[in-house]
Design a protein around this ligand. Sequence first.
Ligand code: 13P
Length: 251
Amino acid sequence: MRRKLVVGNWKMHGNLARNKALLGAVLAGVKELRAADYGVCVPYPYLAQAQSMLQGSNIAWGAQNLSQHEQGAFTGAVAPGMLADFGCRYVIIGHSERRALFHESNDIAAAKFDAAIKFGMTPIFCVGETLQEREDGVTEQVVARQLEVVLNHAGAQSVAKTVIAYEPVWAIGTGKTATPEQAQAVHAFIRSRVAQLDGKVAGGLRILYGGSMKPGNAAELMAMPDIDGGLIGGASLVAEEFVAICRAAQQ
Ligand code: 13P
């Protein structure tokens, strides 16, 4: 039985005062919830704040990106070891916003994946198709290609330490959610691809859904057999909404 996992992706939102209130309310709301795992991926400058507030709690923290390089002349970049220094458990890799707005290729995402594993963090590796790709009927090909770059070289042991997030691009920040059946179909496809590598790893792999997951749709999405939790954008910035989704993961 896979434990559900709910992770907030704050994206580029927050400030010290707002984060303090948000984390305080989320901590209070989830502290009794023991049947699932929780995390928040915050902007880099707030990692120290997240670490000091969440240490010892049932909420892990992490980052939204990292450099594939360990150190050097990479102005503005943040090394994997720096994230490890701040106790990050998770790091989001290959988010569609990184792919589209920052031109991150599948190969860069794969290199970042390796860097995260090497430094003992759990990559939350994102895949997902655009609306055009869905309408063209190529969702599975797109997702397969995004997955392959990691599966082909990482090996089963690395994939076992990973979380995959299926985030259809057309559902991100749009209020338009994939139906439970649409999401389940892609999640099952992802698991079947991983099973070609290693059946046991595929059985234990947590595959999160992301894309306008809200308190009103979280329970029905997470009730699907291959949906093991959520990667939450907008709703992770509102304590009551995030806590409600965390509660839904308990059922
Ligand atoms: P929304 O929940 O705002 O649609 O964002 C999803 C997402 O991109 C999480 O990584």
